[in-house]
Design a protein around this ligand. Structure first.
Ligand SMILES: [Zn+2]
Length: 88
């Protein structure tokens, strides 16, 4: 039985790779699909992806506005506060 079943179920490490790729629009359609399916049943990766997209959004915004360091610091603190409240 050397046949590896190719399905859409991936483990957390593969989901992480797909997630990172998706952040930079580097993921293929099947990678995105696999990631989405994984996110349906994996709470941990769902949280991780949510945080990642928030972070990417913040980075993009900060680039667009070329904001001062103070503002970036405030955002960073906001993310950290949120993360700690999410994880008691
Ligand atoms: Zn997972």
């Amino acid at each position: 039985m050397g046949v590896k079943k190719k399905n859409f179920l991936i483990d957390c490490s593969e989901a992480g790779i797909c997630c990172d790729k998706a952040q930079y629009k580097d993921a293929s359609f099947s990678e995105k699909a696999k990631l989405l399916i994984h996110l349906i049943y994996c709470k941990i990766c769902r949280k991780r992806t949510f945080r990642n997209s928030k972070l990417t959004k913040l980075i993009k915004e900060s680039k667009l506005q070329s904001c001062p360091e103070d503002q970036k610091k405030v955002w960073k603190e906001q993310i950290q506060t949120k993360n700690t409240t999410e994880n008691p």
